[in-house]
Ligand binder design. Structure first.
Ligand code: ZN
Length: 298
């Protein structure tokens, strides 16, 4: 039974919108989407778990001022499983305690991260009055991943072991009682919802490239002809009204605290739609508040 679904990644939407207008973010967005992709793959794989387990995805918890993220937590009868999912791709090396690739000689040790998480969770559980052992696994679920290592570590699960690992879990006794349910609900209620805006690099209206992006290929529209935009790159057509509205939506996503004014939207659309037309579109879809230069749309 899934107690908590993985939260909607507003962060990815945001990064995507920013990325197209601010080139320097490229690496950040790829990283963020890859991680999410791996988590979704793991959620799908865990659907093979018998329904009696209590599963919580994407938990962000805090103990004593330290925040920690848990990809997947499973409440079982006698213990708690903590799964840390990694979507690594390519060849990795593990020697002694050092993780590296051919291009990066110094990688963060994901096992250390996992142990930190386990320690903090254990303390939090004790504080809540629960005394469950925790079993943690580092799950690599990208079939294109390989780790060269000298010693076997049973807490690392490779793509080729995923099915067997699930089978093993499914044969464990479950028999959950109300205490287990109470614990799962309690952890879900402690989940911290963090604003993804906090994790974005700083940006201002002035820094960002203005204009309307084609919905199909995301190149900038040039000019509307009789109220219709035709993409010079892919030929996609969109009415000026729909294109402006779509762009207003993106503006609200990137600048949630800014007011919507005719002038700002005119600038935001790259001055390719007249102020008169923008005002008409805004009047039709939003409520005008105030008068004169300070008026804005809500
Ligand atoms: Zn296009």
């Amino acid at each position: 039974m899934i107690i908590q679904q993985r939260p909607e990644p507003l962060e990815i939407l945001l990064f995507r919108a920013l990325f197209e207008r601010l080139v320097l973010l490229e690496n950040h967005i790829i990283f963020s989407e890859k991680g999410y992709e791996g988590e979704l793959r793991s959620d799908k794989w865990l659907e093979g778990l018998t329904d009696n387990w209590l599963v919580l995805h994407g938990l962000l918890l805090e103990y004593n001022g330290s925040k920690f993220q848990i990809d997947t937590l499973i409440v079982a009868h006698e213990k708690i499983y903590l799964l840390d999912v990694k979507n690594y791709e390519g060849d990795y090396y593990l020697e002694d305690d050092k993780w590296f690739t051919k291009t990066n000689p110094n990688l963060k040790n994901p096992l250390h991260q996992m142990i930190r998480c386990e320690t903090l969770l254990l303390k939090l559980l004790l504080e809540l009055g629960y005394n469950y052992p925790i079993e943690s696994y580092l799950i690599f679920n990208n079939p294109e991943f390989h780790l060269y290592m000298t010693t076997i570590n049973p807490s690392i699960i490779f793509p080729s072991q995923l099915n067997r690992f699930l089978k093993k879990l499914n044969t464990r006794p479950i028999k959950l009682n109300s205490n287990h349910h109470k614990l799962a609900q309690q952890l879900a209620s402690l989940h911290i919802v963090e604003s993804p805006y906090l994790r974005l690099p700083p940006y201002t209206f002035e820094q960002i490239k203005k204009g309307i992006l084609c919905p199909a290929c995301r190149t900038y529209f040039l000019e509307a002809c009789k109220g219709i935009f035709i993409c010079g790159h892919c030929g996609c057509k969109e009415s000026a009204d729909a294109a402006v509205l779509r762009n207003v939506k993106e503006y609200r996503l990137l600048f949630p605290d800014s007011k919507i004014t005719t002038n700002d939207i005119y600038e935001w659309c790259g001055r390719i739609v007249s102020k008169k037309v923008i005002r008409r579109i805004l009047l039709k879809n939003f409520k005008l508040k105030g008068f004169g230069p300070s008026s804005n749309f809500v």
